[in-house]
Design a protein around this ligand. Structure first.
Ligand code: PBG
Length: 309
């Protein structure tokens, strides 16, 4: 009678790789998750491939940050080095995805290029200047071997800009996983510890979505599909199961959901206190995300769930 089965095939593992460290660094707000060295990342991804996990998504933490996020499209930037290493390590046993954004690489921590405009000199993100950076990052990631680039910055037109840049640089086979309906969520806190990318001022509400908006998600998703997204994502997951279900009903492309850092941290914290059975809750949560309509789930529980079989 089971309508929904959770399989290792449904899981994508998010991973952090940091430049300039000799040992992997634990992330206190995400017990069990590391900032990897290039070497420890290789080992982790090999282990995930051996468990049958079909994909990983990489986030880079550069040694140096600047206003335009130069590390993001540097051919020797931390994610580009990782992509080449991992291709060497696992061949085509596993799909290599790269998060495409600027916040990990900018010194101000925003997802785009900043500009001051208007009489008061209000600082905002320059949407179109940012698109050029995302396009360049996508080309660098594809050149380093990414199978999938995943724009997460919520700029208008980002999928079209990246698609054009990839096609124009000989990477027409690289797919786009669009963070299409990404909410301005308080559940990203632990991720910002891991990626060292909390904004230095302000917040992301000018480009990410309001928690109360469900219909807007369908508009965002439709735009991304029209611009050439191969897959669309809803993020976070559990508080947005209705959005996942609505998106699944509205589009024909695969739908992903991101079970984010705060969702992971809450389960780990309660489990560490002995208040819940962490393994069972993790399985229940990810199964529910699949039931709502996600074809695959990005989750920090990927390895744990795969090990449980
Ligand atoms: C932005 C990005 C974020 C996450 C994934 N990509 C953070 C943000 O928007 O502030 C959060 C993922 C998570 O919380 O697990 N590049």
């Amino acid at each position: 009678m089971a309508e929904t089965r959770l399989s290792v095939d449904d899981l994508v593992a998010p991973l952090f790789v940091k430049e300039g460290i000799d040992e992997p660094q634990p992330i206190p707000s995400m017990p069990g998750v590391m900032q990897h060295t290039q070497e420890s990342l290789r080992k982790e991804v090999r282990a995930l491939a051996d468990l049958g996990i079909p994909g990983v998504i990489l986030f880079g933490v550069p040694a140096r940050k600047d206003a335009v996020g130069s590390g993001g499209d540097d051919p020797d930037g931390v994610v580009q080095v990782a992509l080449r290493n991992l291709r060497d390590e696992v061949g085509d046993r596993l799909v290599l995805m790269a998060d495409n954004c600027l916040d990990e690489y900018t010194d101000h921590g925003h997802c785009g290029i900043l500009t001051a405009s208007g009489p008061g000199g209000v600082v905002t993100v320059d949407n179109d200047a940012t698109l050029e950076r995302y396009a360049s990052i996508a080309v660098a990631q594809a050149g380093a071997g990414a199978d999938v680039v995943a724009p997460s910055g919520m700029m208008d037109g980002q999928v079209a800009a990246i698609r054009a840049a990839l096609d124009g640089s000989g990477h027409s086979n690289v797919a786009i996983l669009a963070y299409a309906a990404k909410y301005a969520s308080a559940l990203y806190g632990p991720f910002r510890d891991a990626a060292e990318c909390a904004p230095k001022f302000g917040d992301r509400r000018a480009y990410q979505m309001d928690a109360g908006n469900g219909r807007e998600a369908l508009t965002e998703v439709a735009l991304d599909v029209a611009e050439g997204a191969d897959m669309v994502m809803v993020k976070p997951a559990l508080a947005y199961l209705d959005v996942i279900a609505a998106v699944r009903a509205a589009v024909d492309v695969p739908v992903a959901a991101y079970h984010v850092s705060g969702e992971y941290a809450m389960v780990q914290a309660a489990a560490a206190n002995g208040w819940i059975d962490g393994d069972a809750v993790a399985r229940e949560h990810v199964t529910a995300i699949r039931r709502a309509g996600a074809d695959f789930v990005l989750t920090y529980f990927a390895r744990q769930l795969a090990e449980q079989g």
